[in-house]
Design a binder for this molecule. Structure first.
Ligand SMILES: Nc1ncnc2c1ncn2[C@@H]1O[C@H](COP(=O)(O)OP(=O)(O)OP(=O)(O)O)[C@@H](O)[C@H]1O
Ligand SMILES: [Mg+2]
Length: 240
């Protein structure tokens, strides 16, 4: 593997009394998109929220470019260059697109404004609806805004939780293009249940089930593994 960007080692996370992550380990290299997949409730969102510092792990280590981050606060982790697009998108409906972008900026410097320009070139609708309330955007546009809010900062690792959820196939196609462009300047970890999206952007995969990693490997192989797909992803075998 190329340079390791993120290393999660034996991580346990509790939510209240519930022991959700039960010793998860995974590793993400600089040159690949890694996809976390698995059924509903498997622990995928918990895993990336743990990386982001939103749910502190009770045990284990998380290394970002060799530095331990498992006891750092979310804002410190964000400032180290990890961006997060949450499952519920985290967009402020009552604010305009512009205000959503401004609130998201960690610092307002020349480089951030350059990234803003680059981001708005990628998402023309956001420029078009710049002064509109985010609550009036379509689902796909809100997802684009959520991603724009993350990449306007200087992120070198981007965690995106189920961006395709609830979106029409044609919008999912444009999301795939977006992620393919983002990966030119950031390492991407994607949680994704939509297998066609997961397989078209992912290079490597980890399958989570009941708070542990049950399988991992390269996406090109998973595509042909009907057994794994049917056992853990609820994708039925042809004819079965
Ligand atoms: N706030 C909470 N309180 C109690 N249990 C929770 C809470 N959040 C999540 N859980 C439980 O933790 C487990 C893992 O949830 P998580 O959201 O990480 O799953 P997921 O793999 O992201 O699922 P989905 O595909 O539905 O988004 C589930 O059993 C869920 O019910
Ligand atoms: Mg989830």
């Amino acid at each position: 593997m190329s340079e390791t960007v993120l290393k999660v080692e034996g991580v346990h996370t509790f939510i209240g009394q519930h022991h959700i992550l039960q010793g998860i380990s995974f590793e993400v290299g600089a040159d690949a998109v890694t996809v976390l997949i698995g059924r509903n409730g498997a622990g995928k969102s918990t895993a990336i929220k743990t990386v982001m510092g939103l749910l502190p792990p009770s045990e284990g280590r998380i290394l970002f470019r060799g530095k331990e981050i498992q006891r750092r606060k979310p804002y410190e982790i964000a400032r180290m260059g990890i961006g997060f697009v949450p499952e519920d998108m985290g967009v402020f409906s009552g604010l305009t697109v512009e205000e959503n972008m401004r609130v998201a900026m960690l610092i307002e410097d020349e480089a951030t404004y350059q990234r803003l320009d680059r981001t708005l070139e990628m998402f023309a609708d956001l420029r078009k609806f710049w002064k509109a309330k985010a609550g009036n955007l379509s689902g796909g546009q809100k997802q684009m805004l959520a991603i724009a809010r993350a990449i306007v900062n200087d992120t070198s690792l981007l965690l995106i939780d189920e961006p395709s959820k609830g979106l029409a196939p044609i919008i999912v196609e444009s999301l795939i293009e977006v992620i393919n462009r983002i990966k030119d300047h950031s390492v991407v970890i994607l949680v994704e249940q939509n297998f066609s999206m997961a397989s078209s952007v992912g290079d490597n995969f980890y399958i989570l089930d009941d708070g542990i990693v049950v399988h991992s490997g390269i996406m090109a192989e998973l595509v042909h593994d009907e057994e794994l797909k049917s056992n853990y992803l609820g994708i039925s075998k042809v004819g079965g």
